[in-house]
Design a protein around this ligand. Structure first.
Ligand code: 13P
Ligand code: SF4
Length: 390
């Protein structure tokens, strides 16, 4: 994550310099200083025509989002990809787990491309299949496995989604987590949930939307023997929360909420449910990326908002709504460093490679994983009530 000391506003552009997965791109990556990058991207896109469909997640840089055929949250983009069977190439400007979901939901003939393989998600990386299988075994030892329904956030690897598919579980997003939990609790008498990998989304949903207490929740720490929990704690819990979090949303603090409220009498605090429970408790509104966008679109001119989500999106909202006063809910620049891996040089490189007949950085989920992950994804698609978006 890039952190540069900066006042709460104006919002500035940051440049990520980290490589979390250390994956080097093959071939020649254009220099970021190349003045022709925009023209090159445009030319490559024109040359590919309907053969390519470019998806841009809301957290992507402006320099990339300008080339997206559609923008959206992770789930919408996966569905949009599935709705384009004629596109031979899906260039996914987002992170690895999103590209995997797109591959699962698209035809085998379509190729999903992630312009930089280093664009992972630190939260998704916090739950590895072997760790989850160990936890599952420990739950059997504690005599509770038979009542546990695994629920995984979209922000997880395909093999974790497949684990949920194999074990009677479901995928959820930040906008349908409550519906997914209701479904999961209805699957078994005395059901309890193993919620992967974001403890905050799990806790916020269970406590604020489902009426559970904090005492109903325990945290499974994969770094500790037995998750750091006794058999009795597992037996008593309703929600077993995996100890994962988002390094971006985890930065937002109660102190900054208090500071902003002291500065602006009528400010509204709008946060994503990946934020810590204490921060969400102090917020006026909590919801998914799509909910945040819709809330700002519907807000009255002249209103003041502090938004706790990724900075590329907050900055774009501030630019798009100059009649509203929009500030960022952190004192420091706080981009998602892995989302920011996808920059114009990588985009141009991926697109020009396709024009030259070379498919680079293709994301492929193996058939067994795909089959089981699809079960969990399809269970989510058939959930009653709310759609995946608020
Ligand atoms: P969405 O599900 O809104 O796309 O969010 C993805 C994400 O990475 C949030 O941190
Ligand atoms: Fe992952 Fe957080 Fe980045 Fe979203 S914002 S991709 S959860 S690290």
């Amino acid at each position: 994550m890039t952190t540069i000391d900066l006042p709460l506003l104006p919002l500035g552009k940051g440049r990520d310099l980290t490589t979390e997965r250390g994956v080097e791109c093959p071939g020649d990556l254009p220099a970021a200083s190349d003045p022709d990058l925009v023209a090159r991207a445009r030319k490559a896109k024109e040359a590919l025509g309907d053969r390519v469909f470019v998806l841009g997640h809301h957290y992507q840089r402006d320099e990339v989002i300008q080339f997206a055929d559609v923008t959206g949250d992770s789930f919408k983009l996966a569905r949009d990809a599935a709705a384009r069977p004629e596109a031979e190439f899906i260039v996914f400007c987002g992170v690895h787990f999103m590209a995997e979901s797109a591959d699962i939901l698209t035809a085998d003939t379509q190729k999903v491309i992630l312009p930089d393989l280093s664009a992972g998600c630190s939260m998704a990386d916090m739950a590895r299949l072997s760790q989850v299988e160990d936890a599952w075994d420990a739950m059997a030892d504690a005599g509770v496995q038979g009542s546990v329904v695994p629920v995984t956030y979209m922000n997880s690897s395909a093999d974790i989604k497949a684990f949920c598919g194999r074990n009677g579980g479901v995928v959820c997003t930040s906008s349908n987590a409550d519906v997914a939990l209701e479904w999961a609790f209805a699957q078994k008498p005395d059901a309890k949930i193993l919620f992967l990998p974001d403890q905050h989304l799990g806790r916020n949903t269970a406590v604020l939307k489902m009426g559970f207490s904090l005492d109903d929740c325990v945290v499974w720490d994969p770094q500790k023997p037995g998750g750091g929990l006794t058999a009795q704690q597992l037996q008593d819990a309703k929600m077993i929360l995996w100890k994962g979090h988002c390094s971006v949303h985890g930065r937002f603090s109660e102190a900054v909420v208090d500071e902003l409220r002291a500065q602006h009498e009528d400010i509204k605090i709008l946060v994503h449910p990946e934020c810590k429970h204490e921060v969400v408790l102090k917020a006026d509104l909590v919801g998914s990326t799509e909910f945040i966008i819709k809330t700002i679109e519907a807000a009255e001119p002249g209103t003041t908002w502090a938004i706790g989500t990724e900075l590329n999106l907050v900055k774009r909202l501030a630019d798009a709504h100059p009649d509203k006063n929009i500030v960022f809910l952190d004192r420091n620049v706080c981009y998602c460093s892995t989302m920011n891996r996808i920059d114009l040089p990588h985009f141009v490189w991926a697109m020009e490679s396709l024009v030259a007949g070379q498919v680079v950085n293709q994301i492929t989920v193996d058939p067994d994983t795909e089959r089981d992950a699809l079960v969990a994804l399809e269970r989510m698609l058939s959930l009653p009530g709310k759609s995946h978006r608020d």
